[in-house]
Design a protein around this ligand. Structure first.
Ligand SMILES: [Zn+2]
Length: 315
């Protein structure tokens, strides 16, 4: 059976899987991203992962490769334009060419290769087989270690004049003044609403210094720690302010929330929804805010969607 190879290059994890022409995802293989070792090490790790996936599949059925990658990506040129410091040395990487050469050297294959930002891949996945299937105008917000977003307008991802559209984490936002953002500036939404921001906020409020990360803050909140609850409330409200601003600009049919953070649910999700409802004008107040249905598979499904589209364009 023909398939495309879908790859997700995240700041902490790499994933790859075969995806069929109906969006069905085969066995997903993962490994840690060598995020501190520079782009060549990341490429080498991706090629090794691709080799593992291809080895499990019948020969000659691979039609294309689709990649969703962290960072701002120039899709026509297949290059990483800029990146936060989550991946060292990532900005400027000619990702598509390096992967094409690496796959050829390691596996002897030459197939069409599509590279895009991971949040855009995430949105295309949810818009193909997930919660946004068939919906024309969608805002997707992915909340994890960082905060990303993607915008679907009329069924197509809107990438903008500088490939930056949807870089939602870097919206200047009230409450984030003086807080460092991984992009190198201060005062951005990601500094408050991300997992990293949540942990910092908890410590600022006087939380237990032995709590090491956002996961720990969520666990403390569930255990009744008032400062952890307040930090989660602040992170949710910051996200809600960003979504309210974006809804006002875009007026989408639907907002999809996804990423590692959405499993927190509860009071955090209430804070997001309540803030959005309180801050947008009345016609926007009931825009649905839904949690994505594909979870961690979404970027793979979306990367595959673009890869399948590429096979149609090149045949
Ligand atoms: Zn920023």
């Amino acid at each position: 059976m023909e398939y495309v190879l879908a790859v997700d290059i995240g700041g902490t994890k790499l994933a790859a899987a075969p995806v069929d022409s109906d969006g069905g995802v085969g066995e997903v293989r993962t490994r840690a991203t060598p995020a501190r070792k520079g782009a060549p090490s990341v490429i080498t790790a991706v090629i090794a992962l691709c080799r593992e996936v291809v080895a499990t599949m019948p020969d000659d059925d691979l039609r294309a490769v689709g990649v969703g990658a962290a960072g701002v990506v120039d899709v026509p040129r297949g290059r990483v334009v800029s990146s936060t410091d989550t991946l060292s040395g990532w900005a400027g990487t000619p990702l598509r060419d390096l992967l094409a050469d690496g796959l050829h050297a390691a596996l002897g294959i030459r197939v069409p290769l599509h590279v895009q930002n991971d949040a855009d891949a995430h949105l295309l996945g949810e818009a193909w087989t997930g919660v946004a299937a068939g919906v024309a105008d969608v805002l997707l917000v992915a909340i994890g270690t960082g905060v990303g977003a993607s915008v679907l307008i009329g069924g197509a991802v809107h990438r903008g004049a500088h490939h930056v559209a949807g870089e939602f984490g870097h919206i200047p936002i009230a409450g984030a003044q003086g807080l460092y953002c991984p992009c190198g500036r201060e005062g951005h939404l990601e500094a408050l609403a991300s997992g990293t921001g949540l942990h910092r906020r908890y410590q600022q409020l006087g939380g237990d210094p032995s709590v090491a990360d956002a996961r720990g803050v969520v666990a403390r909140s569930n255990g009744g720690d008032a400062m952890a609850r307040a930090a989660l409330q602040d992170a949710g409200a910051a996200l809600g302010r960003g979504i309210a601003a974006s809804l006002t600009m875009l007026d989408p049919d639907l907002v999809v929330l996804t990423g590692g953070f959405v499993s927190v649910g509860g009071s955090w999700l209430d804070a997001v929804r309540n803030t959005v409802e309180a801050q947008v004008i009345t016609p926007l107040a009931h825009t649905p805010l839904l949690v994505g249905s594909l979870g961690g598979h979404a970027p793979l499904v979306g990367a595959a969607a673009s890869a399948w589209q590429l096979t149609e364009e090149t045949t």
